[in-house]
Ligand binder design. Structure first.
Ligand code: FES
Length: 213
């Protein structure tokens, strides 16, 4: 039995706007949903002078609601400044879609989080942040929230996947509870780097697997 989706949701699901990848994106972000283990990746092209989002694309590994919300949110964000785009929330996205079933709200939240993270990454990389406090373990743990282990669909921060974190002169060592030979070690490595490298004062991110000391 299907969920009661509006025509608009179905339309955006069947004909998603802005779906796909982007080469030479100015910022990207991957977000995972702790509620369902699904993921979405976002790509941004930003005008360096006006800070207007000139292009935006998404790749969803989530459900119909996630695809539909990502589609409408990217449509809403295109042509807006970063500041304006930050104000987009799941409520407006859902309203513009004619409503979402309550059990599917986390799918819209996932899409909104991805847009906000991509904007945040852009701002970090371009030094557009107001407070340049040095990166500490708290910020790193915050940024690694919702990294999903593809094998289990679980949030790595919630399952003590990270053994320890060291920060020395802009170099971050993240020790993880996973062997290098694991089939998803490459995904995890990529995602941890993607989340930490944009931080304004970070020079290098190293992920140390279990058997590497
Ligand atoms: Fe996972 Fe919708 S159920 S994104």
């Amino acid at each position: 039995m299907g969920l009661p989706y509006s025509d608009k949701v179905l339309d955006h699901f069947m004909n998603p706007r802005n779906a796909g990848e982007m080469e030479n994106a100015d910022a990207t972000a991957t977000e995972g949903s702790p509620a369902c283990g699904d993921q979405i990746k976002l790509f941004l092209k930003v005008n360096p002078v006006t800070r207007v989002i000139e292009d935006i694309k998404f790749k969803s590994y989530g459900c119909a609601s996630n695809i539909a919300t990502a589609s409408i949110i990217t449509e809403m964000a295109k042509g807006k400044t970063l500041e304006e785009a930050k104000a987009i929330n799941w409520q407006t996205a859902s309203e513009n879609l004619g409503g979402l079933p309550a059990v599917k709200i986390h799918c819209a939240v996932l899409a909104v989080d991805a847009v906000r993270s991509a904007i945040d990454n852009y701002e970090q990389e371009h030094g557009l942040i107001r407070e340049k406090a040095p990166t500490d373990e708290k910020r790193i743990r915050e940024r690694l929230k919702h990294v999903i282990n593809p094998l289990t669909g679980l949030d790595v921060m919630q399952v003590n996947f990270i053994r320890s974190i060291e920060i020395t002169d802009g170099i971050i060592n993240v020790h993880v509870n996973m062997g290098k030979e694991h089939q998803f070690s490459g995904n995890i490595l990529e995602e941890i780097k993607e989340r930490l490298e944009p931080l304004w004062d970070v020079k290098e991110v190293r992920v140390i697997f279990k058997n590497e000391g």
